[in-house]
Ligand binder design. Structure first.
Ligand SMILES: [Zn+2]
Length: 412
């Protein structure tokens, strides 16, 4: 429970996003449900406007607390969530805040990159950005457009990187809502607040935003567009900026290199190599299926030839050590079509212990019922129709003797 519901937190990052260390006074603290702290002023950025929060440390006397999350409270105060419970940090105590500079720099690169990219899509194709998301690996913007081509993506990427290379100043300005209305902003947020904070990328983009941004576009480093996909209200474009772009390119290259090594090929030949391999697989699969047909034909004929007729029926019983269930079914089909008086009781021990029972059309038994009965003793499951049934057993134990006992029942 918060005790002191007083004034809003002074947001130091509004004026200087490069302020990584600051001093402040504790306004309020509590330990339930999570250890949390409110200060009179802070440089910590709370999750808002698509940008995720900072992390860092709070130093007080001889204590050091890790700040794991920062959030906006509804009353305009900023809550710092801490890893460990607070002791002896009463309102009025002086603390020192330290922001994780690498994380902040990364967020500034991504967020500033987003402004440049969103403006590039407006300038080139009049495609407004309707939302921005910052994730751990990549960021994305949603564009309000029914179509987006690969050429358009590449053009926007090129323009965004030109603006970055030109190292344009990025200024922070505060104006009233009325003034903002006359400035032709790219985006005005729907807030009640009368004062707006503007981010001004010199002669390129002017928009209202509360986030942290670089001072010069050159500090963004670069921007790399990646996946683009159709979403409900337009197109989502994923991107990475600055060090993230380099890290992403590095990861891509590592994966490509690994893939190329598998083919002993150059990375740029991977698609061609994959196409070739897929063609080969397709052709081999066709040959394999044809071979199985031929094998099943030959085996069915041989099995029938070696199975004597008894009571006007041929009961073929065979357990294979290494056949797919698909082959058993194929063989059962061939057997029961070759002759009108066949019952086939087939099994395989591996890769998966399986059974297939089948009879020629017109034979009087119920294969499904027979199989279910056998499965009940083997502890497996299966089913099918009157003329053909299949099932899987948990082990090979008892499979062969089960076939023999079914055969004996049928002969009786
Ligand atoms: Zn922004």
């Amino acid at each position: 429970m918060w005790l002191n519901k007083t004034s809003m937190t002074d947001r130091l990052y509004y004026h200087d996003p490069f302020l990584y260390e600051f001093e402040a006074e504790v306004r309020d603290q509590n330990n339930t449900p999570r250890p949390a702290l409110i200060l009179d002023r802070t440089a910590f950025y709370p999750t808002s406007g698509g940008q995720v929060h900072d992390t860092g440390w709070i130093l007080a006397a001889d204590q050091k607390f890790r700040v794991t999350e920062v959030a906006d409270a509804e009353d305009g105060r900023i809550v710092h969530y801490l890893e460990a419970p607070l002791k002896d940090l009463k309102p009025g105590a002086r603390i020192r805040g330290q922001i994780d500079p690498a994380r902040r720099r990364d967020h500034m690169q991504q967020h500033s990159g987003q402004h440049v990219l969103s403006a590039a899509f407006v300038r080139l194709f009049n495609m407004p950005t309707v939302s921005f998301h910052m994730g751990d690996d990549y960021c994305s913007i949603d564009l309000d457009t029914p179509n987006l081509s690969r050429d358009q993506i590449e053009s926007a990427e090129r323009l965004a990187n030109e603006i970055i290379l030109e190292n344009r100043p990025v200024d922070i300005r505060f104006v009233t809502r009325d003034e903002a209305g006359k400035l032709g902003l790219r985006k005005i947020p729907p807030t009640e607040c009368d004062e707006l904070r503007l981010i001004d990328i010199h002669d390129f983009d002017l928009t209202a935003c509360g986030g942290t941004h670089v001072r010069q576009t050159g500090q963004i480093g670069c921007i790399l567009l990646r996946k683009a996909e159709k979403v409900r209200q337009g197109w989502r474009v994923e991107f990475v900026a600055g060090q993230r772009a380099v890290a992403t390119a590095r990861r891509d290259y590592t994966v490509l290199t690994e893939g190329a090594a598998l083919f002993s090929a150059h990375i740029y030949d991977i698609p061609q190599q994959i196409r070739k391999a897929l063609d080969e697989i397709r052709s081999l699969r066709k040959q394999w299926e044809q071979s199985l047909e031929d094998l099943a034909d030959a085996q069915a004929a041989a099995l029938l030839a070696e199975t004597p007729e008894s009571n006007g029926r041929r009961i073929v019983v065979r357990t294979f050590s290494d056949r797919e269930m698909g082959f058993l079914k194929l063989l059962a089909q061939k057997l029961t079509r070759l002759s009108p008086n066949v019952v086939a009781l087939l099994a395989t021990k591996s890769p998966q212990p399986s059974l297939v029972f089948a009879q020629s059309p017109g034979q009087p038994f119920d294969m499904s019922a027979l199989l279910k009965k056998v499965m009940a003793t083997l502890g497996g499951r299966g089913g099918g129709s009157k003329d053909m049934a299949q099932g899987g057993a948990p082990t090979t134990d008892g499979v062969e003797s089960a076939l023999e006992s079914v055969s004996a029942t049928l002969c009786a």
